[in-house]
Write a protein that binds this ligand. Structure first.
Ligand code: NAD
Length: 468
C-alpha cells in the first residue's frame, strides 16, 4: 500500500513531477527546491505565574530569487522545521503562480495559543520579532511576515510595534502585512484569502467544458459545499460562496462535524460557535462521528481550510466531492491526490487557490513603502470626470439623473474597490494560465501550477546568472 510522506517531501514530489515538463537542468532545479536559510530559535517565556517555559520557533526563507521574501507566521502545536520548510517552499511557488514579486518564506511558533493569556502571547510575539530582527530575518526589504493559522492582525500589530522600537527604517510599516488598518494595514486583507478562494472556485466553475467533464452545470449558484475549519480562511470562503448562491451543507471544526443536505446558515452558525466554542449541536444539523467524517459526505465542492494532510490515505477513497478547493496549505497528501484525481475530481491546488492573502499583502506592502493609500490621488479626479460625462449625457438626451444615480455612477475607486479589483484580476488570470498549461501538457492543475512557477523562478535564475 502506498504511504503518505512528510510535508516538505510532499511539496518536492509535486515539484519533481512538474519539473519533467520544464527545460531546466538538474542542478538548477535542485537550487530552486532548496531552502536558502533555515532559522530555529528558542527563547524563554516568563509565564503569568512566574514560571519559565522554553519556546521553540522557526523562520525559513526558501528562495531569495526575489526580495523581500514573504510568508505567514503560524502558532500551532504542529509547527516544526519540516512543516515550516514545506510552507516556505509553497510560498515561493505560490507567489510565482500569481506574479507576486516575492521569494517564499514562512515562520512558526510551536504553541497552542489557547493555553496562553493575551499578555503571554504578546510577550512571545515581541520576543520572536526581536530574535528575527537580530538575525536579519525581518525587514521591509528582506523578509516580511503575515498572518497564518493561529495568528491575526493583532499579532501583526505587535510585530510592527516591536520592529519600530529597534529600527529607524523609514519603510518600517512594510516589515509585516495583515496589520490593523490603523497601523498601516489595507482594506480587504482580513478577508483576502477567502475572497481569493471564492474567485478561484468561481472561475473554475465558469468553464462550461470543464464542468461538463465533472457532470456539473457551470456557475456557483446551487452548488453544495462542505468546509473544514471555520477560521479566517474557511469562514470567508464560505461567506462569499454563500453570497453567490452556493449551499453550505457540512462543516468540520475541532469539536466535531455537522451536516444538513438542505443547507446550514453560516452567520447563525458563527454566532453559535462564538457562544459555545464549537459547531456540534447547531440546530437542524446532524452531528457526525468526528471532525473528519463530514469530509466524506456528498457535496459538489469540498474546501479544506484548516491544516495540512487532511485528505490522506485514510479517507481519499471515500471523498465524494467533485471539486476540491484547497484553501489550506498542503491539505491533500500526494498519494491521496492521485486517488481523488483518478476518480475524476478537479483539485484546485493550494499553491494557486489560497494566494489571495499574499496578493493583498503585496498591495499592503506597496502602500506601506509608497506611504500613500491607494485611491488617494485619483478618486476625486475620477469622480469629477464621471460627473462631467454624465452632465454631457444629460444635455444631449432627455435623461436627468437622480441624485442617487449620480452618486452611484460617478463613484471613484477607493482602496477597497481597487484591492478587490486587483485580487479578482490576479485570481482569474492565474487560473486561466494554469488551466491552459493543464490542457497543454495533459496534467492535473497542481502540476500545471508547479510548471508555471518553475518556469517563472527558473527564468529569473537564468537571467541573473547567479552562479559565480
Ligand atoms: P485560523 O486559525 O483562522 O483558522 C483555522 C480553523 O481551523 C480554526 O477555526 C480551527 O479550530 C480549525 N481546525 C483546526 N484543525 C481542525 C480539524 N482537524 N478539523 C476541523 N477544523 C479544524 O487559520 P487560517 O488563517 O484560516 O488558516 C487556515 C489554513 O489556510 C492554513 O493552512 C493556512 O496556512 C492557510 N492560509 C492562510 C492564509 C491567511 O491569510 N490566513 C493565507 C494562505 C493560506
Amino acid at each position: 500500500m502506498m504511504s503518505d510522506y512528510k510535508f516538505y517531501e510532499q511539496v518536492n514530489k509535486a515539484f519533481d513531477k512538474a519539473a519533467a515538463y520544464t527545460r531546466f537542468d538538474k542542478g538548477l532545479l535542485a537550487q530552486m527546491k532548496s531552502c536558502n536559510d533555515v532559522l530555529h530559535i528558542t527563547f524563554p517565556l516568563e509565564r503569568d505565574d512566574g514560571s519559565i517555559e522554553v519556546i521553540h520557533a522557526w523562520r525559513v526563507e526558501h528562495s531569495h530569487h526575489k526580495l523581500p521574501t514573504k510568508g505567514g507566521i503560524r502558532y500551532a502545536m504542529t509547527v516544526n522545521e519540516d512543516e515550516t520548510m514545506a510552507l516556505a517552499a509553497l510560498m515561493t511557488y505560490k507567489c510565482a503562480v500569481v506574479d507576486v514579486p516575492f521569494g517564499g518564506a514562512k515562520g512558526g511558533i510551536r504553541i497552542n495559543k489557547n493555553n496562553y493569556s493575551d499578555e503571554e502571547l504578546e510577550r512571545i510575539t515581541r520576543r520572536y520579532t526581536f530574535q528575527l530582527y537580530k538575525k536579519n530575518f525581518i525587514g521591509p526589504g528582506s523578509d516580511v511576515p503575515a498572518p497564518d493559522y493561529g495568528t491575526s492582525a493583532r499579532e501583526m500589530g505587535w510585530i510592527l510595534d516591536t520592529f519600530r522600537q529597534i529600527s529607524s527604517d523609514i519603510d518600517a510599516e512594510g516589515c509585516v502585512t495583515g496589520k490593523p488598518l490603523s497601523q498601516g494595514g489595507i482594506r480587504g486583507r482580513t478577508e483576502a484569502t477567502g475572497r481569493g478562494v471564492f474567485f478561484g472556485i468561481e472561475e473554475a466553475c465558469s468553464n462550461t467544458e470543464d464542468m461538463k467533464e465533472l457532470g456539473l452545470e457551470p456557475g456557483i449558484e446551487g452548488k453544495t459545499f462542505i468546509v473544514q475549519g471555520l477560521g479566517n480562511v474557511g469562514y470567508h470562503s464560505a461567506k462569499y460562496l454563500t453570497e453567490a448562491g452556493a449551499i453550505m451543507v457540512g462543516v468540520a471544526e475541532m469539536d466535531g462535524s455537522i451536516y444538513n443536505s438542505n443547507g446550514i446558515d453560516l452567520e447563525k452558525l458563527m454566532e453559535y460557535k462564538k457562544e459555545t466554542g464549537g459547531v456540534t449541536g447547531f440546530e437542524g444539523t446532524t452531528k457526525l462521528k468526528d471532525s473528519w467524517a463530514v469530509l466524506e459526505e456528498e457535496c459538489d465542492i469540498l474546501i479544506p481550510a484548516a491544516l495540512e494532510n487532511q485528505l490522506n490515505m485514510k479517507n481519499a477513497k471515500k471523498i465524494k466531492a467533485k471539486i476540491i478547493g484547497e484553501a489550506a496549505n498542503g491539505p491533500t497528501t500526494s498519494d491521496a491526490h492521485e486517488i481523488i484525481k483518478s476518480r475524476g475530481a478537479l483539485i484546485i491546488p493550494d499553491n494557486y487557490l489560497n494566494a489571495g492573502g499574499v496578493t493583498v499583502s503585496y498591495f499592503e506592502w506597496l502602500k506601506n513603502i509608497q506611504h500613500v493609500r491607494f485611491g488617494r490621488m485619483g478618486k476625486r479626479f475620477e469622480e469629477d470626470s464621471f460627473k462631467r460625462i454624465l452632465t454631457v449625457i444629460e444635455t444631449i438626451s432627455d435623461r436627468n439623473f437622480t441624485q442617487k444615480e449620480l452618486e452611484t455612477l460617478a463613484r471613484g475607486a477607493g482602496e477597497r474597490e481597487l484591492v478587490d479589483s486587483g485580487l479578482k484580476d490576479t485570481m482569474v488570470n492565474s487560473y486561466n494560465e494554469i488551466n491552459e498549461l493543464r490542457k497543454l501538457h495533459n496534467v492535473d492543475l497542481r502540476t500545471a501550477a508547479f510548471i508555471s512557477a518553475i518556469n517563472k523562478v527558473g527564468g529569473i535564475y537564468e537571467q541573473m546568472g547567479i552562479f559565480p
